[in-house]
Design a protein around this ligand. Structure first.
Ligand code: UGB
Length: 598
């Protein structure tokens, strides 16, 4: 009470709200006015942020927390009454006519799309100290994830404009959701690299706020152990992206500008954009309101399963069921073996890779109703079976893929399954954990993420008619991986398979120990025999034909130990570095027609 006189009317209002929602304990240790006054004002600044950043404010947060904590204590199954079954969706075969047609449709639609990257997570599992989007996604060029994403969006933008054959000034909007953990570093990465060629006004950063931690089943907010005038906070999850997009006003602006699609993606999947054009083609031809990208999934693999849920009352929905919930759900509903592989060697439930394509019209309608609030969950670690106290504070969480849960049954919710080698190679696990992954299951490490890029590029070239030598198996950081020729290219060279196959021809071959880096749009590979390293850098106005035999000592993969701290972290987490012994490197900086013939 005595402290009221140092507070502004707004702060007094907030104090009243806290008292009304059972949070008086937050003030119990407060000193007399005159002592720590600045800290007390800082407390209300924080409370004000927590109040405005959550749909419905702290009152709703505490209300929802009480309900979810009570359900959790009672052991209530979130899928009560629902029976899971395998849904049907689009299964694409890379490179066939249907795939190429869908790619073309997707490229045409891309100028009506906006992209949203969720990059608020620090990636504790990876144990990397920097931001994940700054990690090189492959080591031949050292291009980081963020640069690759931006260059992919720009390549789509150009290709989409070309497809209109008329005037087109489309700038595909790109939103990055950041958090206090990543915001400053992502902004710095963009600014020091001139936004990797994107117009700065094309890029918007939306910062998610953390949410208040909860100390007990009464949803008493936890006091920060480091500062008694602060509430402890933790991340709320990637589901925040919906409320942030809604409150930013961007959705309305996009709608008014004629956009139709919003594509969401995660921070470290270097393959994703190989799958985007065809998947967007599926969304547009099927007019899906929600399209989730999926890959075949090994049973118990740590990615969610796309599942059809049918309620006893007849309701159905197609939704991601997280990996830790799928197995118990199956066991509880008549499948005593739970989540197991079927005769294909994979779980019958496609794996959610959390890349979503939403139709903007229905998305706006739905968010206008919900304000972007996504069904939440709570995952307290209880001290004992009485479930009356927690080992440490907990908080409410939400996931972006839960968006379809509140959609009406009439919504067209589908999914698109692609080969894993083409679409999914995230970098999530540190070397120690990756090395413990059961044989046959994916490592999802920096090592496997990079090798997957070379594998995919090699397989794509193979499909386009290039003879690619078989891979060799090697062990890096305790992980057995296939090592294919190290082939990389800029997105503008080979954005779609349909375009790429026009750029390779004749009788070309690449040996397993070779490296080929194509950094240019109009590079044509014909009758090339590569045994070594070839690097081509060319401006867009140059047309370069690459043919003949290229032979040199090339670039060698050198093993490094992930425990050797004298080596930069981004190198040692992959367990190798590239030693550049010898290469043929050609640079074309002016317009014209050129040929590399040896
Ligand atoms: N992220 C945020 O932006 N904010 C947050 O508060 C938290 C995360 P994780 P997760 O594809 O392998 C997801 O931690 O949540 C960003 C799906 O739920 O890498 O364990 C973060 O920066 C799961 O179904 O993944 O699992 C990152 O970009 C499956 O698809 C992204 O959210 C799995 O990903 C994902 O965060 C997968």
């Amino acid at each position: 009470q005595k402290n009221l006189r140092i507070l502004s009317p707004d702060q007094i209002e907030l104090a009243k709200v806290l008292v009304e929602i059972g949070q008086t304990h937050l003030f119990e240790h407060w000193t007399q006015p005159g002592i720590d006054d600045e800290e007390k004002k800082g407390f209300f600044d924080q409370v004000s942020r927590l109040n405005t950043s959550y749909p419905g404010g702290l009152t709703s947060y505490v209300h929802n927390a009480k309900r979810l904590l009570s359900d959790s204590k009672a052991g209530k199954n979130p899928f009560d009454g629902f029976t899971p079954s395998v849904p049907s969706g689009e299964i694409l075969n890379f490179g066939d006519d249907n795939f190429v047609k869908l790619e073309e449709a997707g490229v045409r639609e891309a100028r009506h799309a906006a992209f949203v990257l969720v990059a608020g997570g620090l990636g504790e599992r990876l144990g990397y100290n920097g931001i994940k989007v700054a990690l090189p996604f492959e080591s031949t060029t050292g291009t980081c994830f963020l640069q690759h994403y931006i260059e992919s969006i720009l390549a789509l933008q150009e290709a989409s404009c070309r497809s209109t054959q008329g005037q087109c000034e489309t700038q595909i909007p790109f939103v990055i959701m950041t958090s206090d953990d990543t915001h400053a570093r992502i902004l710095e990465l963009l600014e020091t690299n001139a936004y990797f060629g994107m117009k700065p006004e094309q890029v918007k950063l939306l910062k998610q706020e953390k949410v208040a931690c909860l100390d007990d089943n009464d949803a008493r907010l936890a006091i920060d152990p480091k500062n008694k005038y602060r509430i402890q906070t933790k991340p709320h999850g990637h589901g925040d992206v919906h409320s942030l997009l809604y409150s930013s006003g961007l959705l309305r602006a996009w709608h008014d500008a004629g956009l139709k699609w919003v594509l969401f993606f995660q921070d470290t999947n270097g393959l994703l954009f190989k799958a985007i054009p065809a998947s967007l083609g599926v969304s547009s031809t099927k007019q899906y309101h929600v399209n989730s990208l999926a890959v075949p999934r090994k049973a118990k693999e740590a990615i969610g399963g796309i599942t059809k849920l049918t309620h006893a009352d007849g309701r159905t929905m197609v939704i991601n069921v997280e990996y830790n919930q799928l197995d118990p759900l199956l066991r509880a509903t008549g499948s005593p073996d739970g989540d197991v592989n079927c005769e294909t060697g994979y779980s019958p439930f496609p794996g959610n890779i959390n890349q979503l394509i939403l139709g903007l019209d229905t998305y706006i309608q739905e968010l206008t109703r919900t304000h972007g609030a996504i069904p939440e969950f709570v995952n307290p670690k209880y001290k004992d079976a009485s479930k009356t106290s927690f080992k440490s504070s907990t908080r409410l969480e939400c996931m972006m893929q839960d968006y379809p849960k509140s959609l009406p049954p009439s919504a067209r919710v589908g999914f698109t399954v692609m080969d894993t080698w083409l679409a999914y190679a995230p970098v999530k696990n540190n070397p120690e954990d990756a090395a413990k992954v059961p044989k046959g299951n994916p490592y999802h490490s920096a090592t496997s993420g990079e090798m997957a890029i070379y594998r995919a590029n090699s397989l794509i070239l193979k499909k386009a008619g290039v003879q690619i030598a078989d891979p060799v198996v090697e062990v890096f950081n305790g992980q057995e991986v296939e090592v294919w020729p190290r082939v990389t290219w800029k997105p503008k060279w080979g954005l779609t398979f349909g375009e790429l196959r026009k750029k390779v021809g004749g009788d070309s071959s690449i040996t397993q120990s070779s490296t080929m880096v194509i950094n240019g749009r109009n590079v044509f590979v014909e009758n090339l025999k590569l045994d070594g390293t070839l690097v081509v850098n060319s401006v867009d106005q140059a047309e370069v034909k690459v043919e003949g035999s290229v032979q040199n000592k090339g670039w060698i993969l050198e093993k490094v130990d992930h425990n050797d701290t004298s080596i930069p972290e981004e190198v040692r987490i992959r367990g190798f570095r590239i030693s550049k012994v010898e290469q043929l490197e050609k640079n074309y900086t002016e317009a014209g027609k050129f040929s590399i013939k040896s």
